[in-house]
Design a protein around this ligand. Structure first.
Ligand code: ADP
Length: 462
């Protein structure tokens, strides 16, 4: 079945090729047909001239008879007149049309050369040439040569028939070629259309097998890539939703469980206090989780805007340090900062603070008593590098590739105890990348973790 596109392409090709072929055929046909007719006319004139030359040498009865006999065996008819147009010899019966030609010429003209006197081969039954017999500067007679146009017409008809057959063959071959060509172009397009329809119906496993190296091959490759990405995205979304519901369910189960216990009669005052504290803590977890999820949702929908300004990193870091130092001291972890005074970065201070707090909070959570956490800022050319180093438990190698994934936690239960939801690093990465920077983590289990943030210092023009 012809599809719309292949039909359109085929039809356009066909019209163009038909026009070109028709033009070529027309030129070729007229050239060949005219060539053949001219050959016949030239032959006719040559014969008339030969006869008149013979008669010029011997203009007598026997030569006239000889000329007549010569042509009586040929396809031509010769008519010889005297100088006034009176027929004095002829090789065949003189037809009405021949007589009209003989009578039509001007016998008073002093023409010396032979000429064609009737060339309308398609209208007339005869074409004719005339050659005067000039002896001693005087016109003594005229030789008329006639050729039946039947032969010429037959020749031209034959030629026309051959052309019609060739034209039909060419048109047939053209149609077949165009059909194959248009299928060659449209077949992959149809396959791609079907694939995208499948995609819109939710079928993500789309394979467009094409080895083509042209634009259509590239398009097919892009569609396959898109389908795979969509598939991955859907899987990630489903996993994410499953993780979220799990994350929400756990604190809710605690809250509901302890609320039920509090309602019991046999419970002491101190137990009520303890359980209420747990409920508050779990509610706190929930609200942090929901806030973080909301942040991420905003980032996903590109509603996340950053308001950059020139920020003195030393000032920003010390203000964060003042707030978090008590928590570090409580755990007996030494927190040191090494930040030159003059380093200025063009960042959103609130967002950047969020990143540093998340990272330092992780360092604190995963470090043991008596260890050190260091924050170092340096500048290399246009790049500002912020490095935090801890001597904590580190991250196993197998977890490192997933550490920035949503809700990914290395040790689920322990991380939960410390209030982690697996969103801190995801948010940090999103914020740093929105600033055009990079964040990398290297870690050695048992030795510690290093987080490196690289930012272009930037300027007011950004
Ligand atoms: P969370 O809110 O649970 O800490 P993050 O996205 O911040 O989530 O971190 C993901 C996981 O990476 C954590 O569960 C933790 O196991 C691990 N991690 C992050 N930073 C460190 C660190 N400095 N030392 C050891 N493990 C870390």
């Amino acid at each position: 079945m012809l599809t719309k596109l292949s039909f359109k392409i085929g039809f356009l090709f066909f019209i163009f090729i038909l026009i070109i072929e028709s033009l070529l055929f027309f030129v070729l046909y007229t050239n060949i047909a005219n060539g053949r007719i001219e050959d016949v006319l030239d032959d006719l004139l040559a014969r008339a001239n030969t006869h008149s030359e013979v008669l010029e040498m011997n203009f007598n009865e026997s030569t006239l008879e000889h000329v007549g006999i010569m042509e009586s065996a040929s396809d031509f008819v010769v008519v010889v007149t005297d100088e006034e147009g009176k027929v004095i010899n002829h090789s065949d019966t003189i037809q009405q049309e021949m007589r009209q030609v003989v009578e039509a010429i001007d016998y008073n003209s002093n023409q010396t050369e032979g000429r064609i006197v009737e060339d309308r081969w398609d209208d007339k039954q005869y074409i004719a040439a005339e050659s005067p017999v000039n002896i001693g500067g005087e016109q003594r007679g005229h030789v008329f040569m006639f050729a039946d146009t039947g032969n010429v017409k037959k020749n031209v008809n034959q030629l026309s028939n051959q052309f019609i057959v060739i034209a039909l063959l060419t048109v047939g071959l053209t149609i077949i070629t165009i059909f194959i060509l248009s299928r060659f172009i449209t077949h992959p397009v149809i396959k791609m259309k079907e694939a995208t329809e499948q995609l819109s119906l939710g079928e993500n496993q789309v394979e467009l097998h094409t080895n083509r190296k042209d634009e259509l091959g590239e398009l097919a490759e892009s569609i396959t890539k898109l389908a795979n990405e969509l598939d991955q995205l859907k899987t990630a979304r489903n996993e994410f939703l499953a993780s979220i519901s799990h994350e929400l369910r756990t604190p809710l189960t605690y809250i509901k469980g302890y609320a039920d216990i509090i309602n019991r009669q046999d419970i002491t005052e101190s137990e009520v206090k303890e359980y209420t504290a747990i409920i508050r803590e779990e509610s706190e977890h929930l609200s942090i989780l929901i806030r973080n999820l909301f942040e991420l949702a905003k980032m996903d929908r590109n509603r996340f805007t950053i308001h950059r300004e020139e920020v003195s990193l030393r000032k920003l870091i010390y203000s964060i340090a003042n707030r978090i130092k008590p928590a570090f001291s409580e755990k007996n972890i030494a927190f040191s900062i090494n930040c030159p005074e003059n380093i200025v970065a063009f960042v959103d201070p609130e967002r950047f603070e969020q990143v540093l707090v998340n990272i330092l909070d992780n360092a604190k959570k995963h470090s043991s008593e008596g260890s050190n956490v260091q924050l170092e800022v340096s500048q290399m050319g246009e790049e500002v590098i912020v490095t935090t180093t801890d001597e904590g438990e580190g991250i196993p190698e197998k977890d490192l590739p997933y550490i920035f994934d949503r809700l990914y936690r290395v040790e689920k239960s322990r991380s939960r105890e410390s209030g982690g939801s697996g969103l801190g690093l995801t948010i940090a990465k999103e914020i740093i990348e929105t600033h055009g920077g990079q964040i990398e983590i290297t870690s050695e289990p048992g030795e510690g973790t290093i987080v490196v943030i690289r930012l272009l210092r930037g300027g007011n023009n950004e």
